[in-house]
Write a protein that binds this ligand. Structure first.
Ligand SMILES: O=C(O)CCC(=O)C(=O)O
Ligand SMILES: [Fe+2]
Length: 333
């Protein structure tokens, strides 16, 4: 318990709440050693990790990544900047408030009853960084620098993980997706208040993420996952030093349904919590369809192609085909 490997025992006294800390926890989520995916890894070690990724993606749709190479100071810097932003007075945050989902930066406060906070959200694009960073908040003054450093490193980890996941689908180590490196990175920076009254009070409702994968960093427990369309939920305990990775809708499309997007939600807990979900896909207007290598007579194509713009239009139109989610609207062409 207490300050942990990720924050490297850094002093947390200067941080405003939420307390930036990680709890030791038991978890059944498979742990992937990112270092073993690197070039210098032996073929046997790499194949074993790819096999672990395959099992994790098939059975759970998620895994934890350790040895990812992102320094403790980069991680704690981003979390501190997020925390400082959410603790600004409301009038400083409201300049980013918008219902236009296409805005490069968007702030949203989900409130309930008597102005009770359920979730504060700051959403912005991050890759390529030079295109988006000029739109980001300048308050706190180090927001752009620290969040930029974190986003850049996460983007690199994400690309390597996406290729490892494709390899786990049998596509071979040299498989290439055009423009993946320049693809979309959407950072959802979330703040959930302390709640000790209602157990499992929902901060963020059940959903799947849009992209190929999401890399999630969280300051304390609160993430829950479901493998039966929300009938039952399983908590994901944070693990010191690890990043949580789950699959999104477009990985389901790409893989022709061999892997599924993971349904998840966030509940309020016994302390204030920050989570940063980095969602990775192709760029705004680029269509994602099923890979031709994964279609044959036994596995006919099961999904319509779509882009991030299509997704935004789907959720903003409110015309969601009789209660279908985005991925359901793409299934069974
Ligand atoms: O806060 C969390 O743990 C989940 C966040 C999330 O799912 C999202 O931002 O898409
Ligand atoms: Fe999500």
């Amino acid at each position: 318990m207490g300050v942990n490997m990720l924050t490297g025992g850094m002093s947390v006294a200067h941080l405003r709440s939420p307390k930036i800390r990680y709890e030791a926890a038991t978890t059944q989520i498979p742990v992937i050693d990112f270092g073993l995916l690197k070039q210098q890894s032996t073929v046997t070690a790499r194949s074993a990790v790819i096999e672990d990724i395959k099992n994790a993606c098939q059975k759970l749709g998620c895994f934890h990544v350790v040895n990812h190479g992102i320094s403790k100071s980069v991680i704690s810097g981003a979390l501190e900047a997020a925390s400082s932003f959410f603790h600004l007075p409301p009038e400083k945050k409201s300049e980013f408030e918008s219902f236009d989902l296409k805005k490069p930066v968007r702030y949203e406060a989900a409130l309930q009853g008597n102005n009770n906070k359920l979730r504060l959200l700051l959403k912005h694009y991050a890759n390529p960084l030079r295109d988006w960073i000029p739109f980001w908040p300048q308050n706190p003054p180090n927001y752009r620098e620290t969040m930029g450093a974190y986003s850049k490193e996460i983007q690199q980890v994400a690309v390597q993980l996406i290729y490892a996941i494709l390899e786990s689908l049998g596509l071979g180590p040299n498989y290439h997706i055009t423009n993946l490196e320049n693809g979309m990175q959407l950072m959802a920076v979330n703040y959930y208040p302390y709640n000790n009254t209602t157990p499992h009070k929902i901060g963020l409702h059940a959903h799947t993420d849009y992209g190929f994968i999401t890399i999630l960093l969280q300051t304390c427990d609160g993430l829950q996952i479901s493998h039966n369309n929300g009938n039952t939920w399983q908590p994901v305990h944070i693990q010191p030093g690890a990043l949580h990775v789950h699959l999104g809708d477009h990985m389901e499309v790409l893989s022709n349904g061999r892997y599924k997007g993971l349904m998840h939600r966030a509940v309020l807990g016994c302390e204030e919590r920050i989570s940063m979900a980095s969602i990775h896909g192709l760029s705004m207007n680029e269509k994602v369809g099923t890979l031709k290598e994964l279609v044959d007579e036994q596995h006919p194509k099961r999904y319509r192609e779509s882009s991030f713009t299509d997704f935004l239009e789907f959720i903003s139109s409110g015309n969601n085909c009789g209660g279908k989610s985005f991925i359901q609207s793409l299934r069974n062409v």
